[in-house]
Design a protein around this ligand. Structure first.
Ligand SMILES: Cc1cc2nc3c(=O)[nH]c(=O)nc-3n(C[C@H](O)[C@H](O)[C@H](O)COP(=O)(O)OP(=O)(O)OC[C@H]3O[C@@H](n4cnc5c(N)ncnc54)[C@H](O)[C@@H]3O)c2cc1C
Ligand code: FES
Length: 289
């Protein structure tokens, strides 16, 4: 086995203009990782902690896979970390693994960046013997990712790519495609939604309409990832839950979507890319400098 430094990037591939797939040497995390779990990383000692789903792991190589969209400060910094360079730290695996026991046939519905999180989940289900279908939805052709990888893993006839504008695959929203599949007679004993909250809300509503259990993978804002700070609190069946320790997957029929969407807007101003964060703890170091 090659000698790598802790948290060294061992492989990196650009999937499209803003999505990147990388493998990182993190043997202890790789040893314990399961589909559905995530890590929290920092790019450098002043960096903020961000959660990312593990898109795969290889215990033998000691590596974990991350697929991320460069949407803001930290993910853009990740873009600058090249093969041979290291992250400051990676904590994980965090969160509960995907529940698969007893499932026979599942449809995973991914929207946009959510497809990066849906990919390991769908592959993990298939590896566990579940007949797994995937609806991958994107705004437009340029954003399509992981189609080949999914077809290779699940089978060509198990992957349906849809785009909002019809520039690739079928012109449809993921929700419409899902409902059409159900109407065509596909039998699913669970539907898993991974993507923007509004898409997950409607996917779960369609599941409920056809009496199919649904699961939603939530990506609430996180800070510590241990259930202590309350940053990722959400309402599930009227009860407060923490996405980092109780999730990230929850019964889709129990999620309070309005509360979730309201909370995800709380930090919009602070997270905006053009706003510098001045940290009082580090004596005024501007993270945008
Ligand atoms: C459990 C979990 C797993 C995740 N897995 C992945 C993954 O595999 N791949 C991936 O690309 N992303 C994933 N995310 C989202 C990822 O954590 C954020 O994109 C990242 O924190 C953005 O950091 P940033 O500093 O680059 O951007 P910021 O400057 O912090 O934010 C840029 C923009 O993205 C929005 N944003 C930031 N964080 C979130 C969030 N958690 N939910 C919704 N909007 C957000 C901000 O409001 C802002 O508009 C995951 C999130 C969670 C909670
Ligand atoms: S991230 Fe702090 S409680 Fe979940």
């Amino acid at each position: 086995m090659a000698e790598y430094k802790r948290f060294e990037v061992t492989w990196k591939r650009r999937l499209n203009d803003n999505m990147v797939w990388m493998k990182i040497y993190a043997p202890l995390v790789a040893k314990h990782a399961k589909p559905g779990q995530f890590i929290i990383l920092r790019t450098d000692e002043y960096g903020e902690r961000i959660p990312l789903t593990m898109a795969g792991h290889n215990e033998e190589d000691g590596t974990i896979d991350l697929i991320y969209a460069a949407v803001g400060r930290t993910t853009m910094l990740m873009d600058q970390i090249e093969v041979g360079e290291c992250f400051a730290d990676i904590v994980g695996p965090l969160g509960k693994p995907t529940h698969m026991e007893g499932l026979k046939s599942v449809c995973v519905v991914g929207g946009g960046t959510g497809n990066a999180l849906a990919y390991p989940l769908a592959c993990g289900m298939k590896d566990a013997g579940v007949d797994t279908y995937m609806v991958e939805g994107f705004k437009t052709k340029e954003l399509v990712i992981l189609e080949e990888e999914l077809k290779e893993h699940l089978g060509d006839d198990h992957v349906f790519v849809v785009t909002d504008d019809g520039s690739y695959g079928e012109k449809a929203f993921t929700t419409v495609k899902l409902e059409n599949l159900i109407k065509e007679g596909y039998q699913f004993d669970e539907i898993v939604a991974v993507g923007p909250p509004i898409m997950m809300k409607f996917v779960c509503e369609i599941a409920a309409k056809y009496n199919i259990p649904s699961v939603a993978s939530l990506t609430a804002y996180m800070i510590d990832g241990t259930g202590m700070c309350g940053g990722c609190r959400c309402k599930i069946g009227g009860e407060d839950k923490f996405v980092c320790v109780d999730g990230p997957e929850f019964d889709g029929s129990l999620v309070d979507w309005d509360d979730l969407m309201k909370r995800s807007n709380y930090y919009k101003d602070q997270e905006a890319i053009d706003r510098a964060h001045v940290c009082r703890l580090t004596g005024g170091v501007r993270y945008n400098d």
